[in-house]
Ligand binder design. Structure first.
Ligand code: NOJ
Length: 599
C-alpha cells in the first residue's frame, strides 16, 4: 500500500457559522477560527476542513455560492482568509476548502445571466428544460405550437421529470422569463450546474487554481458524485406514499462523472500535493474504487453514506427505524475490506449534516462520556483518515427545540412544511424525527465555556445554543484530565506513534455479536485488538482462539485504567477480570479497549 501524508492525518471539520464569533454579530467568522487555532493544534489534528466560506445568500448556509472567489460578509474578508491560512500553516495545520460545484446560488452572476434569455452566453451553464404535458401529442412538441399552447394556457406545464429534490418538492423550478424549468437537486435557490458544458468546467478548474495558488491544501467536494446527469432525463420510480419520483439513478455516478473527475485531476489536482475527499451519497463500495482507486487518478477518498443511513425507511432518514449493531459492523467492514490495498476510506460518525455521534450511536445521558470515548476509539482504530466534527471532541449532543420556528435548516423546514401540507402528518411526529435526524442537531454553536451563549458570541446567536453548555464545554474539558478532549488527543497521538493504526489491515471478529464491535488490525509483526461495547450493559468478550501472540500491551482504554486497576485489586486481590487478561474479560457499559500484540 502506498504511504501518503493524508492517510496519516486527522481532519477536523469546522462549520464556520457555529464555531466562534469574534465580532458579536451572532455568526461565527474567520477571525473566530484564528482565535481557536491553538485549541485545534493542541488537540493534535493535522487538517482543518472548513465548510463553505464563499459569498452566499445563505439559503443553505453557504452551500449556495454566489461568488466562488470572494468571502461571505458574515465571515470576514479575503485578508482575514489570508491571515487564517498563514496562521494555520505557521502551526503546521493544513486547510481543506469545501468545493461546491454541483450547483451554485441562483444569485450567482452566471445564473442571473442564464435565466435572462435562451440565447444568453451563460444559458448552458445550467440545466434548462421545457415542461412536459402528457396530454399533448407529438405535433404540439413542435416549438411554435408549444410556445403558443403555453401562452394560451398562461400557466406552467408539468416539470420535465417527476424527480424529487433532496430538500423536498419537485427538483425543477419553472422560470417565467423564458418559460422553461431549471434543475435544482437541492433548494430552488441552488440551480445545478451543467457539467456537459466545457466552458463551465473550465471556469470551475480556474476557480480551483485561484484557491490553490493562495496555498490551500485540498478540497472536500460537495455531492461530487451528482455532477454528471444521464442525458435521457427519464422518470424516477415513485415509492409508496410518495408524490415525487426518485431520480437518483439519473444523476448518482452518472455516465461522465469519471471522465470529468479525471479531467479535473489532470487540469488541477495533479499539479499540487493535495488532500481530496468527495462526498458520495448513493455510492456503493464497488463503485467507490472507480473514484478512489490508487491507479484511477481521481480522488483520494470518499464520504460514503451507508453507515449513517442505517435505520432509513419509506421516508428516508426521517423514518429513523431501529437498527442492529451487526448491520452497522457489516457496512463498515464491507468498506474496510472493499478498499483494502486499492483505495482509502474516510472515517466519520457525524458532520454538519448528521446528528451528533454520541446521541446517535452512543448514549448521551448516563454514559455520555464513556460512549463518546468508545465511539472515538472505534473510529480512529479503523483503517482510513478520521474526521472529527466540531464539538465531537467535547461529546456535544443533539438538541430538541420546542417549536419549528427555532429551526434554521432549509432541509428541516421544507420537510416539515411538505409533511404538513402534502401528507397531512402530525406536527409532533414530524418534530420527533427532526430531533433524531435533523441537521440542526450538529449546527448549534460550539460550547466554549459556561458563560452566556457558551462563549460563542457576545451577541445574539443565529441559532439557539444547546442548553447543556454549562456542563458540556471546552473550558471544562481542558480542565479535566479525564475529558473526552484529552482522550481524543491521546487517540491522535497514538496514530502518530503507531504505523499499525494507519496502515494495518482490518479484520472483523465476532461478526454476529449485537453488543460488541471488535476487530483486529495487522501490520508486520504486530496486531491490534480493538474491542468496543456498544451497549449500556456489561458484556463478556472472548478472544477468538486463532489469535495468538507473544506479548501484549493495553494501548488505550476509555475507563480510567489506573483507577480501575486499583478497584479491581481491592475487589478480588487481582484474581478477577482486569486489564491484563485479554483472552476473556467483562466490558463495562460502552467500554472500549485496544491491545497491541507482538505476534
Ligand atoms: C451536502 C452538504 O454537506 C449539505 O450541507 C448541503 O446542503 C448539500 N450538499 C447541498 O450542497
Amino acid at each position: 500500500m502506498k504511504k501518503a501524508w493524508w492517510k496519516e492525518s486527522v481532519v477536523y471539520q469546522i462549520y464556520p457559522r457555529s464555531f466562534m464569533d469574534s465580532n458579536g454579530d451572532g455568526v461565527g467568522d474567520l477571525k473566530g477560527i484564528i482565535q481557536k487555532l491553538d485549541y485545534l493544534k493542541n488537540l493534535g489534528i493535522d487538517i482543518i476542513w472548513i465548510s463553505p466560506i464563499y459569498k452566499s445568500p445563505n439559503d443553505d448556509n453557504g452551500y449556495d455560492i454566489s461568488d466562488y472567489r470572494d468571502i461571505m460578509d458574515d465571515f470576514g474578508t479575503m485578508d482575514d482568509f489570508h491571515q487564517l491560512l498563514k496562521e494555520a500553516h505557521d502551526r503546521g495545520l493544513k486547510i481543506m476548502m469545501d468545493l461546491v460545484v454541483n450547483h451554485s446560488s441562483d444569485e450567482h452572476y452566471w445564473f442571473k445571466e442564464s435565466r435572462k434569455s435562451k440565447d444568453n452566453p451563460y444559458r448552458d451553464y445550467y440545466i434548462w428544460k421545457k415542461g412536459k404535458d402528457s396530454l399533448i401529442d407529438e405535433l404540439y412538441q413542435k416549438e411554435y405550437i408549444y410556445e403558443e399552447k403555453q401562452l394560451s394556457k398562461g400557466i406552467e406545464l408539468e416539470p420535465p421529470t417527476n424527480w424529487e429534490a433532496c430538500f423536498s418538492g419537485s427538483a425543477w423550478q419553472y422560470d417565467e422569463a423564458t418559460k422553461e424549468y431549471y434543475l435544482h437537486l437541492f433548494s430552488k435557490k441552488q440551480p445545478d450546474l451543467n457539467w456537459e458544458n466545457e466552458k463551465l468546467r473550465k471556469e470551475v478548474y480556474d476557480m480551483m487554481h485561484f484557491w490553490l495558488k493562495k496555498g490551500v491544501d485540498g478540497f472536500r467536494m460537495d455531492v461530487i458524485t451528482f455532477i454528471s446527469k444521464d442525458q435521457s432525463y427519464g422518470e424516477g420510480i415513485i415509492r409508496e406514499g410518495k408524490k415525487y419520483g426518485d431520480g437518483s439513478r439519473f444523476y448518482v455516478s452518472g455516465p461522465r462523472v469519471h471522465e470529468f473527475l479525471r479531467e479535473m485531476n489532470e487540469e488541477v489536482l495533479s499539479k499540487y500535493n493535495l488532500v481530496t475527499v468527495g462526498e458520495a451519497p448513493g455510492v456503493g463500495v464497488e463503485d467507490a474504487y472507480n473514484y478512489v482507486g490508487e491507479d484511477r487518478e481521481e480522488l483520494n477518498m470518499l464520504f460514503q453514506f451507508e453507515h449513517v443511513e442505517i435505520g432509513g425507511g419509506e421516508k428516508g432518514k426521517w423514518s429513523n427505524k431501529p437498527w442492529k449493531l451487526s448491520e452497522l459492523k457489516g457496512i463498515l467492514t464491507k468498506w474496510q475490506k472493499g478498499l483494502e490495498n486499492k483505495g482509502w476510506n474516510s472515517l466519520y460518525w457525524n458532520n454538519h449534516d448528521q446528528p451528533r455521534a454520541v446521541s446517535r450511536f452512543g448514549n448521551d445521558k448516563e454514559f455520555r462520556i464513556e460512549s463518546a470515548k468508545m465511539l472515538g476509539t472505534c473510529l480512529h482504530m479503523m483503517q482510513g483518515t478520521p474526521y472529527i466534527y466540531q464539538g465531537e471532541e467535547l461529546g456535544m449532543t443533539n438538541v430538541a427545540f420546542e417549536s419549528i420556528e427555532d429551526y434554521k435548516d432549509i432541509e428541516i423546514i421544507n420537510y416539515y412544511n411538505e409533511e404538513i401540507n402534502n401528507y397531512g402528518s402530525d406536527a409532533k411526529d414530524i418534530l420527533k424525527s427532526i430531533y433524531a435526524r435533523g441537521r440542526d442537531n450538529a449546527r448549534t454553536p460550539m460550547q466554549w465555556d459556561d458563560s452566556e451563549n457558551a462563549g460563542f458570541t457576545k451577541g445574539n446567536p443565529w441559532i439557539n445554543i444547546n442548553e447543556n453548555y454549562k456542563e458540556i464545554n471546552s473550558k471544562e474539558s481542558l480542565n479535566n484530565q479525564d475529558s473526552i478532549y484529552y482522550y481524543y488527543q491521546k487517540l491522535i497521538k497514538l496514530r502518530k506513534e503507531n504505523k499499525i493504526i494507519v496502515y494495518g489491515s482490518y479484520d472483523l471478529i465476532l461478526p454476529e455479536h449485537e453488543k460488541i464491535f471488535a476487530f483486529t488490525r495487522t501490520f508486520e509483526n504486530q496486531k491490534l485488538v480493538v474491542v468496543c461495547n456498544f451497549s449500556c450493559e456489561q458484556v463478556e468478550f472472548e478472544l477468538p482462539e486463532n489469535i495468538n501472540y507473544k506479548e501484549k500491551n493495553l494501548l488505550i482504554q476509555n475507563y480510567n485504567a489506573n483507577k480501575e486497576k486499583e478497584k479491581e485489586k481491592d475487589k478480588d486481590n487481582g484474581n478477577g477480570e482486569n486489564q491484563d487478561c485479554i483472552e476473556k474479560f467483562e466490558l463495562k457499559p460502552y467500554e472500549a479497549r485496544v491491545y497491541i500484540l507482538e505476534i
